[in-house]
Structures are given as C-alpha cells and as structure tokens.
Design a protein around this ligand. Structure first.
Ligand SMILES: [Cu+2]
Length: 241
C-alpha cells in the first residue's frame, strides 16, 4: 500500500507537469488571429478551457501508460504471473460520473456564452449584408446607398441582417470569431461589437460555387465619426429607428 501511494504521488506530479507542457504546445501550435470583438474574448476563454481539458486528458492516459511500461516491465528471470483483477465498482462509478459532470459543466459554460453573445442590445447599429455568387454588398436600413466594403464603427454593438440572392453563403470575419449562415429567402442575424480599429477580411465560409474562395470583402473598423461620414448619415440604431 505504501508503495502504491508513492506511485500515485509520482504519477500525480508527472500529470500536472505534463498537462502544463501539452497546454503550452497546443496554445503555440493553434495560433489564433487577433481577438477583435467582445464576443471573441468570451469565445477564446472557452477555447482555452477546452485546451486545458484536452491537455489534462491526454496527460492522464499517456503518463499512466508510459509509467507502467517502464516501472512494471518484466525483469530478467521473472516468470511470475501478474495479479488478477475482477472489476472495481468504485472506479467504474468514478470514471462514469466525473466525465459526465465535466461534459455537463462545459455544456453549461458554452450555453451561457452563446446566450450572452447572441443577446439583442438596445443601441445596436443595424447593417444589411447581401451575399451573391460571388461578392458582398452592404447597406444601411432606409438607405439606397450600397457599398462593397464593410465599414464598422468601433466599440458599437452591430447587428448584421444577412440575405442571399442565390445560394447558401456564410458570413465570417475570423477576428470577430462569430459566424452565421446567409440563406436565400430568409434574413439571418449576427451580432458582434468590434473593439479594435483596423482592416479585416469578410470571408464566405459556405462552399457556394466556382469562385467561392474569392468571395471576400474588405472590412474596416473605424472611429464612429468616420463611419457616419462614410455613410453620410448619423449613426442609426435599432432603438432610434
Ligand atoms: Cu462561398
């Protein structure tokens, strides 16, 4: 028993160290683009949580396996049989219940984030986007002006109203992390609050035909006055309409 405690302590320490190392590798290999919206911060937090869990589970299995392979290998001249085991109820309950709690916990966390990032805001700025094979067009509600680049006011909650004139497309700006299908015959919505001024790319993320990969539009996140000047209008919001 004394010996078992020593083995489990050693394994526990190794798992902690290995978890940290695996996390560092994952975090460096899976480099994300800039986090450019308030939604991106919440989503990245959730992904970091998953990376820690993945690193821990991988370490748990690999450390036990490699430890056993080295320390309990057959020694020269040892012909004895290994110990026989016939199930272990406590262990089986533990490895059923604990993963279930973890899965439910992560599901709950993800649901809270989803509710939060899709919640309507009273002062959101509405912008229409129309997808068609193979380009994007943008306009403001109650305006006939159309733009081929998407200009967004920094720090304001945006609601994109998405339409398609032909087939399925998908609205995706990787730096904002959020994505929504653009469906013919129906208006879909996508909410985000851009936080970092700069240039980004709107990419169609739904295979939509021959030039799908070229269905890209320039996105510019600019100061609020520049947004108003671009559209030659004061900023309209859902509540001011
Ligand atoms: Cu496409």
């Amino acid at each position: 028993m004394q010996n078992n405690t020593r083995h489990f302590t050693a394994i526990g320490v190794l798992i902690v160290i290995f978890t940290y190392l695996v996390y560092l590798v994952l975090d460096n290999v899976l480099k994300f683009p800039l986090s450019g919206s308030t939604q991106a911060v919440a989503i990245d937090g959730l992904i970091q949580g998953h990376l820690w869990l993945i690193a821990f589970l991988f370490s748990l299995v690999v450390v036990f396996m490699v430890y056993a392979l080295f320390l309990f290998r057959r020694r020269e001249g040892d012909e004895s049989e290994g110990q026989h085991f016939h199930g272990h109820t406590g262990l089986e309950i533990a490895w059923t219940v604990i993963p279930m709690i973890v899965v439910i916990g992560f599901g709950y966390w993800a649901t809270l984030i989803l509710i939060d990032i899709t919640a309507p805001q009273d002062n959101e700025v509405i912008i229409n986007a129309r997808g068609q094979q193979w380009s994007w067009q943008f306009s403001l509600p109650n305006s006939d002006e159309v733009a081929t680049e998407l200009v967004l006011p920094v720090g304001r909650p945006i609601r994109m109203d998405l339409n398609s004139t032909d087939v399925l497309h998908s609205f995706w700006v990787p730096e904002f992390r959020v994505k929504e299908d653009v469906v013919p015959g129906r208006t879909t919505h996508l909410r985000f609050t851009p936080t970092v001024e700069g240039e980004y790319r709107l990419i169609c993320a739904e295979l939509c035909g021959l030039n799908h990969t070229g269905m890209i539009a320039k996105v510019r996140v600019v100061p609020q006055e520049e947004f108003a000047a671009f559209w030659n209008t004061a900023i309209q919001t859902a509540s001011s309409k």
